[in-house]
Design a protein around this ligand. Sequence first.
Ligand code: AR6
Length: 175
Amino acid sequence: MKKTIQNIKIEVSRGDITNQPDLEAVVNAANAELASGGGVAGAIHRAAGPELYEECKPLAPIAPGEAVITGAYNLPNRFVIHCLGPVYGRDKPEDKLLEDCYRNALKRAEGKKVKSIAFPAISTGAFGYPIKEATMISFNTILAEIPKLKHLQKLKFVLFSEADLEIYEAMLAEV
Ligand code: AR6
């Protein structure tokens, strides 16, 4: 599903964040050490290759809500933006920290004049954030940031499961 909002194409789609060749940057649902791991972080580090972690090491650790940008190495993109989402029930206030993730990721993208970006559903896997609440936060934050972005033309949410895709599609239909 696609929609254009204030000249930015917003798309929600089911897929793998490591297979987004048309997008300049992909966002990693990272861990504080910016290392490989499970879920998105594991997939991104495996696909990018060991050089990604070499670039990440001196930038770590990061705190919940923070984002850093690196090269993408063997991924078909130019940049990886690593965000540390909040662990639901532990990192407080979790809604504000998740907002910070999306806002800081977009700031890092803007800093490199990124024109297109893909986001996974940050914090909704291993970190346990309920998907509906997290989806609402991601949309609200992105919609609030859009007027400040001069370079971004396309933003895609890449969802791993059909159930998550349906929640994102319902949200995009509403805005
Ligand atoms: N492409 C797109 N989405 C994916 C992919 C993929 N390849 N793999 C998983 N998802 P998670 P978090 C979905 O756990 O909750 C890691 O171990 C997944 O189904 O990757 O922020 C790190 O090392 C879920 O909907 O991120 C951290 O320690 C969403 O992406 C920790 O997990 C996020 O799941 C971060 O936890």
